[in-house]
Design a protein around this ligand. Structure first.
Ligand SMILES: [Mg+2]
Length: 367
């Protein structure tokens, strides 16, 4: 089998509302979908949802990189994912988001060609289904508390609260949520780099009585020593997110003892293979992983569910909940995550079929 052609589709999909975190105010998601076609029939689907403030490159740069990398894969064996990754690395340094979308499509194609779900290609699934984690933006305390009650009532057992509006304001938001949901719900908080080290320590101490399960990326992504200082000073696990990109960044976290948990995403880590490697590296260092991305379509989300299902070191409370916020999708059966739990797909590949009319509907001209 050979790759015959790769179609690249830039999309803009509206969100179900307006979402605010320390980086951005979002009303829509720009995404890229690729279809890898072969001379023998199977088609592989990949999708990334680049995120300004998180992604190293802009959406336009990622799209350009996908267009540059894709022709190099045409004519090659689509089942040899190691060779594809090496080829892309030689062609272009960095650009992990662009490499992720192509590698994801090759995984989907390989699963379809071998009649196996992607989790089987990763060794097999350890669980039938995955609990999901809810998400609350940087809202006023009463609004945040109302949303938290909604997540709880829908069946979610954990929720992440976005922080970054000031230590006291953040504490009030978390206190309002805790006061509403009671002790049973796990609360995670994410400051998206909003604080300096001393303020982050103040924040951690202010939140300690509220039983917070993890404090995510309170300081700038490049400040590994600062993150380590926060970790030593506060009485709750610290998670690195923006600070974790390529493997060298995880080595830095390990060396500096900067985090108890690291956040991985298939897009951010440069594909499924590299995400699994990062999860394994973290495990060797005694660091747990949370997987997930907040905004995105079903295909990208499925790739993370397959990784989560096959890696024991990925914590429960999967944050791959993009489809909950999307006002559209490109597959025939978008993931239904509304009950706080999803079954791990056992269909060949990632487990999604493209809906051509929906793909057309959200397509935009190339920037
Ligand atoms: Mg984060």
């Amino acid at each position: 089998m050979k790759v015959a052609a790769i179609d690249i589709h830039p999309l803009r999909v509206p969100l179900k509302g307006v979402f605010r975190n320390a980086h951005d105010v979002k009303t829509h998601q720009d995404s890229i979908v690729v279809c890898v076609r072969t001379d023998e029939g199977p088609v592989g689907l990949g999708n990334v949802d680049p995120d300004p403030g998180h992604s190293a490159e802009s959406f336009a740069e990622t799209l350009k990189a996908v267009r540059m990398l894709a022709p190099g894969l045409v004519g090659r064996d689509p089942l040899n994912i190691s060779a594809a990754l090496e080829l892309m690395d030689r062609a272009l340094p960095c650009h992990l988001d662009a490499k992720a979308v192509l590698e994801m499509a090759l995984f989907d194609l390989k699963g379809k060609a071998l009649d196996q779900p992607v989790h089987s290609l990763l060794g097999g699934r350890l669980r039938d289904g995955l609990r999901l984690n809810g998400w609350i933006g940087m809202l006023e305390p009463d609004e945040a508390a109302r949303e938290a009650a909604g997540w709880r009532d829908a069946g979610f057992r954990s929720v992440k609260i976005k922080l970054g509006s000031g230590v006291e304001s953040d504490r009030e938001r978390v206190a309002a949520v805790r006061g509403t949901v009671g002790p049973a719900m796990q609360l995670r908080v994410d400051a998206n780099e909003a604080y300096g080290v001393d303020e982050a320590i103040r924040l951690g101490k202010a939140l300690a009585p509220l039983d917070v399960a993890l404090l995510e990326q309170p300081v700038a992504r490049s400040d590994y020593a600062g993150l380590a200082r926060v970790r030593r000073a506060v009485d709750m696990p610290v998670m690195a997110d923006e600070a974790i990109v390529g493997p060298e960044t995880l080595v830095e976290v390990v060396r500096k003892e900067a985090a108890d948990i690291v956040k991985v995403k298939v897009m951010k880590q440069g594909g499924i293979t590299r995400t699994v490697r990062m999860v394994d590296m973290a495990e060797a260092a005694g660091i747990r992983c949370v997987i997930g991305h907040g905004f995105g379509l079903t295909i990208n989300t499925l790739s993370e569910l397959h990784v989560a299902a096959s890696c024991a070191n990925v914590m429960e409370g999967c944050e791959s909940v993009g489809p909950l916020k999307m006002g559209g999708d490109v597959v025939t059966r978008p993931l239904d995550e509304s009950g706080g739990w999803v079954a791990v797909p056992d269909a060949p590949g990632l487990g999604a079929e493209l809906d051509p009319s929906e793909l057309e509907r959200w397509s935009v001209p190339a920037p």
